[in-house]
Design a protein around this ligand. Structure first.
Ligand code: ZN
Length: 294
């Protein structure tokens, strides 16, 4: 049996602590302080927020608070979430959402411009037609009174060519919920790297006819919107990234309700997109059981 004198033992402990510190920092990145904003949505927002909190916190990567606004039609002047206390804001409001007070809009614009991350989740791209900065952040949206003056339709041709189509017509649409195949259009982006080139999702709503400023946007994945299910006949954007100032926005049109957001195809793309919006990197893995193409 050997015994160390106390000074040697202390020295060894210090060396060990110094060696361990950077490794610990690499292995466990800081959790991402996240705020979900909800309260006004033509969808079951209380259910989907509860599940999103659960999914995000179970990943070990996010620490999530929720800020629920007064209900539609109530006094919104009191609604002032502290965006700057967070790295990421997930928008779970929808078509019927009342405008935020201008002071709150400005605080959100500043948060994103200075590098804050945003996730536009499903019907969040139906909200706030008359807020120009918000429409730049989501790039495209539908319903909520949007029209030709909101900006061009944005979609892809089969070969991946991006189309900005300024023609008039309806804004926002989907057919009956069916399973559909999603095609990854950028296999090198941190969010989509390692996903199968095509994968199945649904049954869920397949959004089409979305239009907006469509600036500083990249379409990461599309799905074919069939004419025989009230579709456009085009390859419609499903997962998108947008930049606004120094901020990153991840826009997913998926996830109509509780059933749809439990699917691996939603969970994995949502968590990876959220992580990217907050940090610019993705560490959340693609699980072995992730669905493949049709
Ligand atoms: Zn929906």
């Amino acid at each position: 049996m050997t015994t160390l004198n106390p000074r040697t033992a202390l020295g060894l402990c210090l060396v060990a602590a110094i060696m361990l510190e950077p490794m610990t920092a690499d292995a466990a990145p800081d959790v991402i302080k996240t705020l979900i904003v909800d309260g006004q949505n033509n969808h079951a927002w209380a259910d989907t927020t509860r599940i999103l909190v659960e999914l995000m916190e179970q990943s070990g990567r996010f620490d999530v608070d929720v800020s629920t606004s007064p209900p539609a039609g109530a006094d919104m002047s009191v609604y002032k979430p502290l965006f700057k206390d967070y790295a990421l804001v997930v928008v779970n409001n929808g078509n019927n959402a009342d405008p935020w007070p201008r002071e709150t809009e400005k605080a959100f614009e500043q948060f994103v411009a200075e590098g804050g991350g945003v996730v536009s989740y499903h019907a969040a791209d139906n909200a706030y037609r008359d807020w120009p900065a918000y429409n730049e952040m989501i790039a495209i949206g539908g319903w909520g009174g949007r029209k030709v003056s909101s900006g061009p339709y944005l979609y892809m041709e089969k070969d991946g060519k991006v189309i900005r189509d300024p023609s008039d017509g309806k804004t926002g649409g989907h057919g009956k919920q069916v399973p559909f195949e999603i095609t990854v259009r950028d296999t090198e982006h941190p969010i989509t790297r390692g996903l199968p080139r095509t994968f199945m999702h649904g049954p869920d709503e397949l959004y089409a006819f979305l239009r907006g400023p469509a600036k500083n946007v990249e379409i990461l994945a599309t799905a074919h919107s069939p004419l025989d299910n009230k579709g456009s006949g085009h390859e419609e954007p499903i997962l998108l990234t947008v930049t606004y100032g120094k901020g990153r926005i991840f826009h997913t049109v998926l996830g109509h309700g509780a059933k749809q957001i439990r699917k691996d195809s939603f969970v994995t793309t949502f968590l990876r997109g959220a992580e990217w919006a907050a940090t610019g990197k993705v560490s959340i893995p693609v699980p072995a059981g992730f669905p493949k193409g049709d």
